[in-house]
Design a protein around this ligand. Structure first.
Ligand code: ZN
Length: 193
């Protein structure tokens, strides 16, 4: 922890760079990814402060939209789409994802009931079994597409998609190489950016 504190102590020494951020934010992208510490959206994309609106959840899961039962995830998506007017939403899954791995292996998660119950939101269908692959590539990619489908059921997203002012993107990030693949609708496969 101490190196992180040391860096934070000296971080605010760039007033010129950050002064304009007080005027507000107008990011073009909502970036939804896993809480995993190996996934660093700004590092992957080169985004500067103000350029990425982020939603991080365990396993980059987008929970079902439930009217009358607000969630932090729904509030974040709604604010990004309805107020900030982002043009793109990226759902970025990653290799070696602990959440997806637990689903693939069918791990007993009774000792962490909040995790167990959260993962129940993962998808309507179980991920394909590729337990032999430690990266869980196929399962993660399948999982990303399931979250994109879930996003489409959010009313604000549905409306914005219908008006042609929003694009949904599925990414797969390899934590061990840094490579990023994007889902292509025409080939229904994840291909190098
Ligand atoms: Zn993960």
């Amino acid at each position: 922890m101490q190196p992180l504190i040391d860096n934070a102590r000296t971080f605010g020494q760039r007033p010129e760079e950050f002064a304009r951020l007080a005027e507000g934010q107008s990011p073009d992208v909502l970036f939804i990814t896993c809480s995993d510490s190996r996934v660093v959206p700004a590092l992957i994309t080169g985004a500067r402060p103000g350029e990425l609106f982020e939603l991080r959840t365990a396993g980059n899961i987008v929970p079902p939209y439930t009217p009358g039962r607000p969630t932090s995830e729904a509030a974040t998506v709604e604010y990004a789409v309805g107020v900030l007017g982002v043009t793109d939403i990226v759902v970025c899954g990653h290799s070696h994802c602990g959440a997806v791995g637990a689903l693939v292996r069918g791990d007993d998660l009774d000792a962490v009931p909040a995790v167990r119950d959260w993962l129940a939101h993962a998808a309507d269908e179980p991920a394909p079994a590729d337990a032999a692959d430690p990266a869980c590539a196929e399962a993660v990619q399948h999982h990303v597409l399931a979250q994109l489908l879930r996003l489409r059921s959010y009313p604000c997203v549905e409306r914005r998609l219908a008006s042609g002012r929003l694009r949904l993107r599925g990414w797969y990030y390899e934590v061990h190489t840094g490579a990023v693949r994007e889902h292509r609708a025409d080939t229904d496969s994840f291909e190098t950016l």
